[in-house]
Design a protein around this ligand. Structure first.
Ligand code: ASP
Length: 321
């Protein structure tokens, strides 16, 4: 008899049941080494103890703005051994992709949200512009020649880059990658010019002088030492610019409540883990402590985000098939 069936029978009969009793996989729908991957690996580490020293592995399934990885988890066995860590793309893809192979609100169990992460507007280190005003001038002087990197339609870098282009009224050629980790490699190498990316990926590169940083996407300046001198896009003239990226954890629909409850309880423990908090805060992330940490609060928030970004995407008329 398959182990999952034994677990289901044990649950049905109320018999003692041990979860997890084999490795858990967290699917990250972007390339390894990128911002979402970093959040997932830190979370996996923090979840180990509350899940009885479980083995938790991260699997990177990048492509199509994160929807390939999400589709994989939507179709996985609902046994608690395949989970998804996805960001705001979970909500934007619901409108952006006309043929999404899963229903965002119906095909997953919502386990709780992890963090909010600001983004930064960065450029290659050889770019002549040294501040935001110089960047906008340079972009205007180089119309038709600038390359903007992103992690595909529906990725945070796509969303942020799209809003930035709309607000300054300059279109750029966008170069999609399977995640902003490979995009960052090309930005550092000078093959692309600019990118909008989460602080969880950009902070070390800004600190190390590998890229130029121009602004942050949140309405308030950040407190992280490496980022605290950066102006906001809002104060730089793009009034109302506000993009913050959140991450949540999901299981396939139908995962038994005994397992989702255990995962939610483990998440609450993990999010209080001092080392997790320290690592995340150093990268500019803010740990979720509000109602979005409950499965119902998480789902409600994603539903609101689908409406919010859906309206903007429809207004822009940008869709993917
Ligand atoms: N989160 C993506 C990554 O990890 C990047 C993005 O959304 O733009 O690569």
């Amino acid at each position: 008899m398959k182990k999952t069936l034994i677990a289901a029978l044990a649950l049905a009969t109320g018999a003692a049941f041990a979860y997890p009793d084999k490795p858990i996989t967290i699917v990250v729908p972007f390339a390894a080494g990128g911002p979402t991957d970093k959040v997932a690996r830190d979370l996996a580490e923090a979840l180990r103890k509350p899940l009885g020293n479980a083995t938790i592995v991260v699997e990177n399934v990048g492509g199509a703005g994160g929807t390939l990885g999400a589709a994989k988890v939507a179709k996985a066995a609902p046994d608690g051994y395949t989970l998804l860590l996805y960001h705001i793309g979970m909500a934007t893809s619901a409108t952006l992709y006309r043929n999404l192979p899963y229903k965002t609100l119906d095909d997953f169990e919502y386990l709780g949200m992890v963090n909010d992460v600001p983004m930064t507007l960065i450029g290659r280190s050889t770019l002549p512009a040294n501040n935001y005003a110089e960047l906008v001038k340079w972009l205007g002087d180089n119309k038709g020649k600038v390359n903007l990197a992103n992690a595909g339609l529906g990725a945070a870098s796509h969303l942020c880059g799209l809003l930035f282009q709309q607000k300054i009224g300059i279109d750029m050629a966008t170069i999609p990658y399977k995640g902003t980790a490979p995009a960052m490699t090309d930005l550092i190498g000078g093959q692309v010019d600019i990118m909008c990316d989460q602080t969880t990926n950009t902070t070390p590169q800004i600190e190390g002088g590998k890229v130029k940083a121009y602004a942050v996407t949140t309405p308030q300046r950040l407190t992280t030492p490496a980022l605290k001198n950066l102006p906001t896009l809002d104060e730089s003239g793009l009034k109302g610019f506000n993009v913050s990226i959140w991450h949540g954890l999901y299981a396939p629909k139908g995962t038994p409540a005994a397992i989702t409850d255990k995962l939610n309880a483990a998440m609450r423990e993990a999010l209080k883990d001092a080392e997790f908090i320290k690592r995340q805060e150093a990268l500019g992330a803010v740990i979720v402590t509000d109602d979005r940490l409950t499965p119902a609060g998480h789902r409600k928030f994603v539903a609101a985000e689908i409406d919010k970004w859906g309206a903007a995407i429809k207004a822009a008329g940008q869709y993917a098939d």
